[in-house]
Design a protein around this ligand. Structure first.
Ligand code: NAI
Length: 378
């Protein structure tokens, strides 16, 4: 099967997420980097794209040039990844969807709920794929957890507890470092700092594993470093629409925690535990029974987990291969085989609504609020 043509915006040399996309998209021979506007500096982006093998006439200086250059080509790219800073996601994603391209947008998909609803509408109107990179949901053992919940293997889920807490912005002496400071500045980051940056991965994951949606929430936000306007720590209580109780802690000042994303699912007949720092193991305890370690790649896993494992049992597969799983599902979707796990624009919108409602709740002493986007409330 011919490789799909892939274009990338942002993710230039030295960026944080760019390499994970390039490793992920190309890991299974499904996509070829064919076009790019990789950097906010036109010349730097063009030069780097060519070093990565992109032809000179498709190594663009900015996304507008890429849109103009690609849209009328018979061999236009099949997929565009948007891996630029958050405030640019909306206009780039919307423009490429409207021109008939499939898009994978980094999280958060937009800066506000109205823009999120607009992306959902545009994606529906164009019939193009708009995926959002909630890549942790594509770890094989997260798919195993979701399949186990769906199969009733831990009974009705009572409680989900999740943390995405690290300590990498915990040094007050480093708070003015420009790479750190912008994340807590509303002009650059929007209405929320840590919750919008990391908390939304955890919130998405809770709904994803339970095949349910966040309905209401109550939030407590804190800026523990006084120069910060936006929160660097948040505790969010929530309820899924099926009544499941949710607890979420996210922090960037939890010194000693490294990546710090973990989730526990407590059902009536068993519990599950997963942590991003040991992503190949899922811990399962049946009620009254012994705790078991379920390994990626072992026999007897659910098909969803087996399908997304590549290398043999006990060989680690980590973050870039979780991103690769998103690209596998995108390739399937582009070829017409729809996978229900692929995070989409509706998920991106739900996150944005939850962020904005969490901000409102935190300002109102933790009042319980409806976390659903207006367009999904009826
Ligand atoms: P970064 O600051 O490390 O890199 C941004 C890159 O985009 C740079 O190469 C920059 O030159 C380029 N760029 C900026 N504006 C541009 C424009 N208008 N056109 C073309 N290129 C442009 O940022 P980072 O950390 O890589 O984050 C990028 C996005 O990825 C953010 O939205 C972030 O939230 C998301 N992200 C997602 C993660 C995940 O787990 N899904 C993890 C890390 C980041």
């Amino acid at each position: 099967m011919a490789k799909l043509r892939w274009g990338m915006i942002g993710g230039g040399e030295g960026s944080q997420i760019g390499p994970a996309h390039r490793l992920g998209a190309q890991a299974d021979g499904l996509f070829e980097l064919t076009a790019g506007a990789l950097d906010h500096r036109a010349d730097v982006g063009r030069e780097y794209a060519q070093r990565l093998g992109v032809a000179a006439d498709r190594a663009y200086g900015d996304w507008q040039e890429m849109l103009a250059g690609e849209k009328d080509r018979a061999d236009r790219v099949d997929l565009v990844t948007v891996a630029t800073p958050n405030s640019t996601h909306f206009e780039i994603t919307k423009a490429f969807l409207e021109a008939g391209f499939n898009v994978l947008c980094e999280k958060p998909m937009t800066m506000n709920v109205e823009e999120g609803e607009e992306i959902v509408r545009v994606a529906a109107a164009t019939g193009k794929i708009c995926a959002v990179n909630y890549c942790y949901s594509a770890y094989p053992m997260i798919r195993q957890a979701r399949a186990m919940v769906r199969a009733g293997e831990i009974g009705k889920v009572r409680l989900v507890v999740t943390n995405f807490s690290h300590g990498h912005h915990g040094d007050a002496g480093d708070a003015d470092n420009p790479r750190v400071r912008w994340r807590y500045d509303p002009a650059m980051a929007g209405v929320s700092g840590q919750f919008a940056d990391c908390g939304i991965h955890a919130l998405h994951m809770a709904g994803f594993i339970c095949s349910d949606q966040v309905e209401t929430l109550s939030a407590d936000f804190a800026s523990t470093i006084s120069s910060r306007e936006l929160e660097d720590d948040a505790m969010v209580n929530f309820r899924l629409s099926g009544g499941t109780v949710g607890r979420l802690w996210t922090s960037s000042v939890a010194i000693g925690r490294q990546h710090g994303f973990d989730i526990q699912i407590f059902g009536e007949t068993g519990g599950l535990r997963w942590a991003s720092e040991q992503p190949n193991q899922l811990i399962y305890t049946p009620v009254g029974g012994r705790t078991q370690v379920i390994e990626k790649g072992e026999g007897g896993l659910h098909e969803e987990a087996q399908r997304l494992s590549r290398v043999a049992i006990a060989h680690p597969e980590g973050f870039p291969l979780a991103v690769a799983n998103i690209y596998c599902e995108l390739a399937d979707a582009i070829r017409g085989e729809v996978r229900d796990g692929l995070p989409n624009a509706a998920d991106g919108l739900r996150s944005m609504a939850a962020v904005h409602m969490a901000v409102a709740s935190a300002k109102d002493n933790g009042a319980w609020v409806d976390a659903r986007p207006p367009m999904f409330r009826t």
